[in-house]
Design a protein around this ligand. Structure first.
Ligand code: SF4
Length: 257
């Protein structure tokens, strides 16, 4: 009976904490993020990486470094859990994203979720952001100086999340992340490794919405992403095993002293 009461109190405390997090960070503190964190850590404090991500999001929302801040309703920092294995980088927020403060809402976002689910993952494995975080007026292309002003935020997010794979969605994101590379039609689905990071250029989901063959290509490319993720997982397991062996060897040498 007492145990039941403790569980009830813990659950109420958890729900209260989750809703206060969501109120404090409406566009960034996803239920997935809060649930993942709280259940994983069994704690009422935010993990340091979550704190850091929210801090970056806060700076983006307050940013006035380029002219796009003058016409935005709100900035769109990013969306998804800090432990996501895949980061997707698109071009810029559109009208709905600007209103809701979240990237890839609407049909293109739905297709992106379908793509992730097609390789056996869920939304919890995906963090989404853009090369610029404020909507260009009339959905025009972002100008190079706007992309450049926003650039350091993306670098910070990538460095913090360290995803296994970074999906580059469309030509603008490709220009920002792999400026020297070939075009999207040559590179889509390929793995490109730069500075120890794995990038996979893909067609933008919005372009595939009304084009059946592009849609098929996107789903086929995602199967290749699945293989890249599996390789990353095997590599991680091998590193863990090596670290474990090293630790055991260190312990043995301590006994030998
Ligand atoms: S687009 Fe980026 S650099 Fe420009 S105001 Fe928005 S957050 Fe700042």
């Amino acid at each position: 009976m007492q145990l039941c009461n403790v569980r009830r109190r813990t659950k109420a405390k958890f729900i209260g904490r989750r809703s206060s997090l969501a109120q404090a960070h409406p566009s960034v503190c996803t239920p997935e993020l809060a649930v993942g964190y709280l259940y994983n850590r069994r704690s009422m404090q935010l993990a340091p990486t979550t704190e850091q991500l929210l801090e970056i999001h806060g700076r983006i929302r307050a940013c006035v470094a380029c002219r796009l801040h003058e016409t935005r309703t709100q900035a769109v920092p990013g969306y998804g859990p800090v432990e996501a294995r895949i980061m997707a980088v698109g071009e810029a927020p559109g009208e709905k994203e600007d209103q809701q403060g979240r990237p890839f809402v609407g049909a293109a976002g739905k297709l992106l979720t379908e793509l992730v689910e097609s390789i056996g993952l869920t939304r919890r494995d995906l963090y989404i952001t853009n090369t610029v975080r404020c909507r260009p007026p009339g959905n025009r292309d972002p100008e190079p100086d706007e992309v450049s002003a926003c650039s350091h935020f993306l670098d910070e997010q990538i460095a913090l999340l360290r995803p296994d794979v970074i999906l580059i969605l469309g030509r603008h994101a490709l220009l920002r992340l792999l400026p020297e590379s070939a075009g999207i039609s040559r590179l889509h689905g390929e793995r490109v490794v730069r500075d120890d990071r794995v990038y996979v250029p893909l067609y933008h989901p919005a372009a595939a919405l009304y084009n059946g063959s592009l849609r098929e290509t996107l789903f086929a490319d995602m199967q290749r992403v699945r293989a890249y993720l599996d390789e990353a997982e095997s590599l991680r397991a091998a590193r863990r095993a090596t670290a474990g062996e090293r630790e055991s060897a260190d312990q043995l040498s301590l006994f030998a002293l």
